[in-house]
Design a protein around this ligand. Structure first.
Ligand SMILES: [Zn+2]
Length: 174
């Protein structure tokens, strides 16, 4: 299995809009496995391809039923897209493997409906109104170059500003 290297805040690859995937082959399945491996190794609950330097629309996530459900099975989603999201929102403290040491409360929709292709290219749908749905929204954002810190208010942002600066200048240290 190929070892994947994490990319950190300040790396331009995290700001790219990723390309759709239209080939469902062994190479894709192996890459998905490596992503899941990397997510587990780094004790993450979700990971998007640009976080390992690949600009393709694939994410992996733990199918968590509760916030401490870290033994949940992992799922790979290809070309995930938000079909609908509720106007009702909830706030939860988020972090990101690409932004170590930074966490902040983020407002997101409560109920989300996501469509995606599985590793065989079959179209599937997920509806969730808790942590799994939130992880998917966070990871899908990555595919469009959006990071959770983009949602912070200027007051929240000023609290993490120096840490962000440090990460982007010292990413070789991680
Ligand atoms: Zn992230």
């Amino acid at each position: 299995m190929k070892e994947l290297k994490l990319r950190y805040y300040g790396d331009p690859v995290l700001r790219e809009v990723c390309d759709p995937i239209d080939t469902f082959d062994d190479e894709l399945r192996e890459f998905a496995e490596s992503m899941i491996e990397t997510m587990r190794r780094e004790q993450g609950i979700g990971l998007a391809a640009p976080q390992v330097g690949v600009t393709s629309r694939i994410i992996v996530a733990l199918q968590m039923k509760d916030t401490d459900d870290v033994d949940a099975p992992a799922l790979a989603l290809i070309n995930p897209r938000v079909v609908s999201k509720s106007s009702e929102t909830w706030v939860f403290e988020e972090g990101c493997l690409s932004i170590p040491g930074v966490s902040a409360p983020v407002v997101r929709s409560r109920e989300v409906e996501i469509e995606y292709e599985d590793l065989d290219g079959e179209t599937k749908r997920i509806t969730d109104d808790f942590i799994f749905g939130r992880i998917l929204l966070h990871e899908i954002d990555h595919l469009d170059g959006v990071l959770f810190v983009d949602y912070l208010s200027s007051a929240q942002r000023s609290l993490v500003k120096s840490r962000l600066k440090k990460i982007s200048h010292a990413k070789h240290l991680f």
